[in-house]
Design a binder for this molecule. Structure first.
Ligand code: MN
Length: 279
């Protein structure tokens, strides 16, 4: 009864089916963890969301593209997306209501594994990560969540302070769990650089490379950063976003023995680097 953590699907439903076939996935016995960004950019977001929602044993954490869907579904206009069929589907309301009730962070004490979409803000302990994630989850799960969404968008504040309150506090927490890649030693987040390690502005490090990270002894699986190509070179930090929607591959990590499984993307792209730059 293994548990597999799967990276950013982004509507790559056919590759998800290939991957589940390659691991002989048994829906009655095995558990799937999804590291967020289930939808958008890829071709089959609607099928992906329906399939995952109906799985018996699954854990989902929200990614920035999942939050984006919540925003779109509540009438906030955005220009570029591939979610038109999902938004027009008769079960869109049900799917969105299910999606918004998924957490930002998950920790399984038996497996001793944590998961979030982008990672864990370096100074936060396990107890803090759980508490802070819950603060945003409560807002997304409230009946009146739609009126709160627009206040959760933005890049400020980019530094954490326990005394932050209101939407500034919630916005930082949501950004840390769903959009973080690089930050400074002091914990200032950077949102513009999505590239490989080495392409960031001076003074910034990958979040998992910050010294004295509070959760360094807890294994964590995350996605969001396809430019890492699955490599963090950091013990206990497992990247499962291998850029399926950019034409690379879709990856699962079996948590019990930390073995990776990947299938090739069916998306054809002439120049992966160029498409990454356009994000
Ligand atoms: Mn993402």
């Amino acid at each position: 009864m293994p548990t597999y953590a799967i990276g950013d699907i982004q509507g790559c439903f056919d590759e998800l089916q290939d991957l589940l076939g390659s691991i002989n996935f048994n829906p009655d016995q095995d558990t799937l963890w999804f590291a967020g960004d289930l939808v958008n950019r890829g071709p089959k977001s609607l099928e992906t969301l329906r399939f995952i929602r109906n799985l018996k044993n699954k854990i989902v954490v929200l990614g920035n593209h999942d939050i984006y869907l919540l925003s779109l579904a509540n009438g906030h206009p955005h220009k570029d997306h591939t979610l038109y069929d999902l938004l027009a589907a008769p079960d869109c309301g049900d799917l969105v209501n299910w999606l918004r009730k998924q957490p930002l962070f998950h920790y399984d004490a038996t497996l001793n594994f944590a998961m979030s979409h982008a990672g864990i803000f370096p100074p936060w302990s396990l107890a803090q990560a759980q508490q802070y994630a819950r603060e945003v989850e409560v807002v997304l799960q409230a009946d009146h969540y739609a009126t709160q969404l627009e206040y959760l968008y933005g890049n400020q504040p980019d530094e954490w302070d326990e005394s932050l309150s209101g939407f500034d506090r919630l916005r930082f927490i949501l950004n840390a769990f769903t959009r973080m890649r690089f930050c400074t030693l002091e914990g200032k987040l950077e949102f513009s650089c999505a590239g490989k390690i080495g392409t960031q502005p001076e003074g910034y490090l990958p979040w998992f490379a910050v010294p004295n990270r509070a959760m360094a002894d807890v294994p964590i699986v995350f996605g969001h950063w396809s430019a890492l190509e699955g490599h963090t070179n950091t013990p206990l930090v497992f990247d499962v976003d291998t850029g399926c929607v950019w034409g690379a591959s879709l990856t699962a990590l079996r948590l019990e023995d930390r073995q990776y499984f990947s299938v090739a993307s069916k998306i054809k792209t002439k120049n992966l680097t160029q498409r990454r730059k356009e994000r």
